[in-house]
Design a protein. Structure first.
Length: 256
């Protein structure tokens, strides 16, 4: 456990002594703030428009559907791009700087290396998503959104981010080139993001398979406030699968 935490702390510290963490955090928050205030502006305009019609019922307008759900969906798209930039250094930098062999000669297991790298990425995405909670906080202070829907939606967003971190750790273990690791992680994440698109023209087991593999389908269910066992199993299976692949990749490199 101590070696695992040492690996994680080493990676976290190396990111925060460089401009990478601050640029990523600031960029993510700027985009989140832009999405939020635009959605709030649209919601206010819509309420004003329908309220001007005498006798028109505006009770169907709510903050969850008009602001919270679109905000989480927009942030999920940003995470597809941002998370590979965070994880690209995990193993690729070790290879390029020649410290990969030092890790292998140290009394640290491969499982601790992979898990430590994963925890470092988890720390960063937790900080990123945690900082955006200020926006639901504003809604709760000035409005009356449903707390349960916000909680399940953000939980789904967080689980998606953890899946992307695991994918990034795996692709970083494949190469010494950080750009290649980033692009590969981006392609895999995007594939999980858009794999449900052909499902509309499919039927039977093909459609069911595509929908089950699509990460957006599982997040979408949680954004609607539904916690389903199959979604939780999916969000456990994806990180475990890619961390296992990262483990096997690092293990093979160690023996070579």
């Amino acid at each position: 456990m101590r070696s695992l935490l040492a690996i994680a702390w080493r990676d976290i510290r190396s990111v925060f002594v460089s401009p990478i963490a601050y640029v990523v955090l600031c960029g993510f928050l700027v985009l989140a703030g832009w999405f939020f205030f635009n959605l709030i502006g649209n919601f206010n305009a819509m309420v004003a428009q329908y309220s001007s019609v005498q006798g028109y019922d505006t009770s169907w307008l709510n903050l969850n559907d008009a602001v919270v759900a679109p905000l989480i969906q927009n942030l999920s798209v940003v995470l597809v791009i941002v998370v590979p930039m965070i994880t690209m250094r995990s193993f690729a930098e070790e290879r390029s700087m020649g410290t990969y062999e030092l890790l292998f000669t140290s009394p640290i297991s491969v499982a601790s290396m992979v898990t430590g790298k994963f925890l470092a990425g988890v720390f960063l995405v937790t900080l990123m998503i945690g900082l955006t909670l200020v926006f639901p906080g504003i809604l709760l202070y000035y409005g009356n959104p449903e707390v349960g829907l916000i909680a399940t939606g953000y939980f789904g967003l967080y689980l998606m981010a953890l899946s992307f971190v695991a994918i990034g750790v795996f692709t970083s273990a494949l190469t010494s080139n950080q750009i290649v690791a980033t692009v590969t992680a981006l392609v895999i994440s995007l594939l999980l993001f858009v794999i449900a698109w052909p499902a509309e023209q499919s039927a039977g087991w093909v459609k069911e398979t595509l929908l089950h593999l699509a990460i957006t389908e599982h997040v979408g269910t949680m954004i609607r406030g539904v916690l389903d066992t199959k979604d939780l199993v999916y969000f456990v299976s994806v990180p475990v699968l890619f961390l296992f692949l990262a483990y096997r990749t690092v293990e093979s490199a160690r023996w070579r």
